[in-house]
Design a protein around this ligand. Sequence first.
Ligand code: EPZ
Length: 422
Amino acid sequence: MDKFIIEGPTPLIGTIPVSGSKNAAMPLMAAALLANSPTTLNLIPRLKDIYTFKKVIEETGTSVNFNEDANSMVLDPANLNNTEAPYELVRRMRASFYMLGALIGNAGEAKVSLPGGCAWGPRPVDLHLKGFEEMGINIELDQGYVYASIKNSTVEGGDFTLNPSSVGATINLVLGAVKRAEKFIIRNAAKEPDVVLLCKMLAEMGADIEGIGTDTLTIRKVDELKGIEYSNDPDRIETGTFMIAAAMHPESDLTLTGCRPEQLGKFPDSFKKLGVDFKIDGTEIRIKSTANLQPVSVTTKIYPGFPTDLQAQWATLMTQANGTSVVTDTVYFDRFSYVPELNRLGGKLRVEKNKVTIQGKTILSGASVMSTDLRASVSLVMAAMVAKGKSEILRIYHLDRGYEQLEKKLNDVGASIQRVPQ
Ligand code: EPZ
């Protein structure tokens, strides 16, 4: 296992290119299994989660050719002959559960392992399963596996309301419905750009989906979907992460390129209140930081609200604000595993239920800290970059899941991060 040695404090000065979205790429890869010919996907990031999902898909007999230098992937399900997604792969990466919808769509049957929990607690899939049953899919559970099957090639469909709204359940149900359900309505559907991109790609492949971009999707089955060439979105969470990282140090002047600022939802509204100078210019965002960072309390919400995937990063930033702030997570109530580690670096954070109160400004100083999950890990890297002295970030494999070439991107703009074997 590798670790990072980080010397701080360092401002971030220069330009960072944003990579393709991790969370948008995987649904597109799953959708390729529904086509009757090969699909080419562009802007696919080189991330551990992508390689894990590639393995899960190849288990089915589907060929996946990833041209890493070009960030381009060709998937051909012509030889798909195995409808199982095994535990040893699904447990590593929750999004593998999308194979349930993809295999129902492709073959009308599936045997998919239930995903494990994750660093911050249980993450149920009850809405996925209830939605498929409402659609008319036969769902059985046995020894940690979901067995899905249908009697005929199509199912009647139905009308299903997600409560709470769920990105993964929306994606899974859409994947399962487009070639199988006479008519299936998903109410309170997630509207994250990841979901919209999937629906747009499926529509271009020939799917019949009404209400794309709204919280009510109506799907009517089609018999065939054709393979196409399609581009992934840039990663909106990576974009938000680097914007926050730039605001951590008073002298940072960072430009992000290849962004889609319109996919940041309401995040820029909170960012504006920091007192940081930032400009959006097409696909570029420039952040010039300030010594007088304002405390800004935020509450996470489903899209287009403040994303839960930026919650840890924002709380970390608030350690550098001149005043006290509160960060509330209404999507995940216990996603605060980074707090004790941040306090080891000198932060003054206190968690109460699904809220963390942050006292600022605190001068952080280097220490050894432990990564626990993807967004917690990048928050510790951000803190270590402004902490005085040397920090060690252990278990950085979490980072490799979701941030392409992180240390290169940050070192290119002035950070001092060294990756060493632990
Ligand atoms: C996706 O996870 C993302 N992962 C998460 O990003 C992100 O935090 C989350 O959406 C919320 O935006 C991927 O896209 C691979 P949900 P997902 O289903 O789909 C509850 C990252 O850091 N729920 O929208 O699993 C659930 O417990 C990752 O990149 C049920 O109750 O999230 C949560 O409270 C972490 N039953 C809420 O819904 C279900 O069947 C939202 O979860 C499903 C979900």
